[in-house]
Design a protein around this ligand. Sequence first.
Ligand code: SF4
Ligand code: SF4
Length: 75
Amino acid sequence: MPIIDSTKTQVTAIPHVVDELCHVCRKCLARTVCKSKAIIQLDSDEPPFIDASRCYGCHLCITTCPHEAIVLDRH
Ligand code: SF4
Ligand code: SF4
């Protein structure tokens, strides 16, 4: 019988950066705290984005971003 791991579903929820809320901080604190380097910023004038293949869903970036620009997808 398959075992449904509800915990896993919860911890792998991938957040994303809302461009309109992001202040494009000179030093993105969310990037600093992300241990898996999943928050990528290609251009210092553009908001960063989250690489879902690297993110392990710890959600530390959500609580760290001072402008609440990182949120979970709502489905
Ligand atoms: S800390 Fe938040 S508001 Fe600042 S650049 Fe990073 S995601 Fe954007
Ligand atoms: S949820 Fe964790 S691993 Fe994913 S981008 Fe945020 S800080 Fe990095």
